[in-house]
Write a protein that binds this ligand. Structure first.
Ligand code: BGC
Length: 430
């Protein structure tokens, strides 16, 4: 059974249960399920909350802790099955289509605001297609994250005798050796499946290039998944794992980021939400920390677009529908797009802002990100992130996560066997 029919089967049970209306105040309320709970993430989502409240609506916070969002998605599914979905939820990529096919997302609520605010003109087609279901907007995109970043503490590099950011895997290993020799954690990391696969997809991109990444993790081509280049990627992944803290199991990504910020570790491989932690700690890009593309991925941009999907509410809940519409309007407004991304570490999703980042006060990391996003959209280097739900269904993603995490936790794991397992796990999940 594919992902869509699996989700549809589960959700169809929802019709057996009555809908519980949220107790709304007179103007309307919106409950938002999301997983933005780290210090930096919370600062970002608080910007949206404040604006919705300023507009007179009640914000009900449905935060579910857990980076990458797997726990939030489980909570969302069980609420949908119980006939009690929130007004709005953070849902991304192809998953939006799966939810759309259950009939639970609203194809009506965003029609007016999308037209009045000219969303079709503001968004690149790759972005608007992702958030539309059968031609209608069912979600509002809030930002663009780049996943293939390496975060560096230059003070730590200096203490370890490293004078520049690595640009090849060999230089990365050389830096890792020096960091270890100087007593630092070379690569801060949290041993959670989504973090493991964030590292894995960077390595696939570095070893196999954009074409190989696309064939393997987007097109799910069996020969590429099981091929010699994939075995090479697992070989490099094994080397990289050796630079991570052995006590990493279960550690949250923001705790790993704090290790780099506080000078206990030299580097972290993480998407640019990691920058939100540096910003929250009042650190300056290019001065207190460096952001560089993971070695070998300079000409690529693995994207991850956060979006907020809108659930269908009973027609008599006019105040709550108005709250959904207000949130959507705010989310694509210029002011919000700027302040949210500055706090979140991302870049705006609006075309008219991406060309003009320095003038709007974005830092050097965000400027590089926007420049690369626009260039890679032309060259084909712009690719959806597998680890962040942009490339495949959650079922396929889960199968990949299992193979990768088992591999990273088994010192004796064999790279050739891992690529064969990857191919068969993906096939079984399709
Ligand atoms: C989301 C980000 C979030 C990160 C860590 C990613 O999948 O897109 O918005 O900050 O997970 O929780």
């Amino acid at each position: 059974m594919n992902g869509i029919s699996r989700l549809a089967t589960v959700i169809s049970l929802a019709s057996l249960f009555p809908l519980h209306a949220l107790a709304a105040d007179s103007k309307g309320a919106v409950e938002v399920v999301h997983w933005w709970t780290s210090g930096g993430e919370k600062a970002a989502v608080d910007v949206l909350k404040a604006q919705v409240e300023k507009d007179g609506f009640t914000w009900k916070d449905g935060a579910v802790a857990g980076g990458g969002g797997a726990t939030a998605m489980t909570v969302l599914k069980s609420r949908a099955v119980a006939g009690n979905p929130p007004g709005v939820a953070q849902i991304k990529g192809p998953d939006i289509q799966e939810w759309g096919s259950t009939g639970l997302l609203s194809t009506e609520a965003l029609k007016g605001v999308a037209k009045a605010e000219n969303w079709d003109g503001l968004l690149a087609p790759q972005v608007s297609d992702t958030v539309k279901y059968e031609g209608d907007y069912v979600a509002v995109p809030v930002n663009i994250h780049r996943v293939n970043w390496l975060w560096i503490n230059p003070q730590v590099f200096k203490k370890a005798g490293i004078d520049k950011a690595p640009t090849t895997l060999q230089e990365f290993y050389a830096a890792g050796d020096k960091l270890k020799a100087a007593g630092f954690i070379a690569l801060a990391h949290g041993g959670q499946p989504w973090q493991d696969s964030t590292v894995f997809e960077d390595v696939v991109l570095s070893v196999m290039g954009v074409e190989g990444y696309k064939k393997a993790l987007v097109d799910l081509d069996q020969n590429t998944l099981a091929g010699a280049q994939m075995t090479q990627a697992f070989t490099e992944l094994k080397k990289i794992t050796a630079y991570m803290d052995p006590n990493r199991a279960g550690r949250d990504w923001n705790i790993a980021a704090a290790d780099v910020i506080n000078g206990r570790a030299g580097m972290q491989m993480m998407g640019d939400w990691a920058k939100s932690e540096w910003t929250a700690a009042k650190k300056i890009a290019g001065q207190d920390y460096q952001c560089v593309a993971f070695p070998g991925t300079e000409k690529a941009f693995t994207y991850n677009i956060d979006s907020l999907a809108v659930f269908k509410l009973k027609a008599d809940r006019t105040g709550d529908i108005a709250a959904q519409q207000d949130l959507a309007k705010v989310a694509l407004g210029k002011d919000f797009q700027k302040i949210f991304s500055i706090n979140k570490g991302s870049i705006p999703v609006r075309n008219d802002m991406l060309n003009d980042m320095a003038a709007q006060g974005f830092d050097s990391c965000a400027q590089t990100s926007a420049k690369d996003f626009l260039a890679d959209a032309q060259s084909g280097g712009l690719q959806p992130s597998m680890a962040h739900n942009m490339a495949t269904t959650l079922a396929v993603q889960g199968a990949i996560f299992d193979v990768v995490t088992n591999f990273m936790n088994d010192k004796d794991a064999d790279p050739a066997k891992a690529s064969a397992q990857l191919a068969s796990a993906v096939k079984a999940a399709q």
